[in-house]
Design a protein around this ligand. Structure first.
Ligand code: GLP
Length: 254
């Protein structure tokens, strides 16, 4: 279902359908003629997407799979400070498990900030420059935090915020406790995140939101004027924003 009165496009469909559509779009982007780095996200919402992508890649021909592996370049949104690739709760390890290994990708093509860098501020700048050197973001996939964050751009946050070291809010540490045996206190207190500035510079944004719990914050992000209290609300300013929501998450929009 698409809307004409809004600036963004909205597709409402069951999760499996959204995941498969988006997986097809990602492949088109990587195998297309104007490939730019993909921006990828972690979180429970993204798991059906990566599963759908693995299924689609398994169905490619050998030459297509080779081309995919040669062309692949993705930058993840964020990483916890203090966690390295050996830690299963790190986003680097999560992306290896859900994406890099199933698709047989070269580790050099799947970028994440280094959570173990001795100077996280400097690491944030290195990551920002390495994305810029790779051409900036093509298609950026985003999830939505319950407090309205995208990546780890925690509220309050304006559209000019750049890639940086950030302190996570208590709400976010509670939201992400599942990856840490349910212990919010075990969730790292800081992260490195791409900024809203880099996210808003992507050629296209796709916001994937599922589940009843996100309906309220999705409506706040898209229905009211942009505000620093809801970082995702700045996405409304992007000229090419596609919102993919299941019926439960879209309840406040339709
Ligand atoms: C996380 C990530 C975001 C993600 C969001 C939603 O903390 N930093 O990139 O989109 O929160 O996560 P979930 O899909 O688990 O609800």
């Amino acid at each position: 279902m698409a809307s004409s009165s809004r600036r963004y496009r909205l597709v409402v469909a069951p999760v499996a359908e959204l995941a498969d559509q988006l997986a097809a779009r990602l492949l088109e982007e990587v195998l297309g003629t104007r490939p730019r780095p993909l921006g990828l996200a972690t979180g429970v919402t993204m798991e059906p997407l990566y599963a759908a992508l693995a299924r689609r890649v398994a169905a490619l021909t050998d030459p297509q799979r080779r081309l995919l592996r040669q062309s692949w370049c993705s930058f993840n949104l964020d990483e916890y400070v203090g966690l390295g690739p050996e830690d299963p709760a790190s986003f680097t390890a999560t992306m290896a498990r859900l994406l890099r290994l199933p698709l047989g990708l070269d580790p050099g093509g799947v970028h994440c900030p280094d959570g173990l860098a001795p100077d996280p501020e400097a690491e944030a700048q290195r990551y920002r420059l390495s994305l810029a050197a790779a051409g900036g973001l093509g298609l950026q996939v985003l999830g939505l935090g319950l407090n309205g964050h995208v990546g780890f751009n925690e509220p309050p946050c304006g559209p000019e915020a750049s890639t940086r070291l950030i302190a996570l809010t208590e709400a976010t540490r509670r939201q992400n406790a599942a990856g840490f045996d349910g212990q919010a206190a075990a969730v790292p207190a800081q992260a490195i995140t791409l900024g809203l500035a880099e996210i808003l510079s992507a050629r296209q944004l796709v916001l994937l939101v599922t589940g009843e719990a996100k309906a309220g914050i999705l409506a706040r992000a898209l229905v009211q004027p942009p505000t620093p209290d809801v970082p995702a609300s700045w996405l409304q300013r992007h000229p090419d924003l596609l919102v993919l929501a299941d019926p439960a998450a879209a309840a406040g929009l339709i």
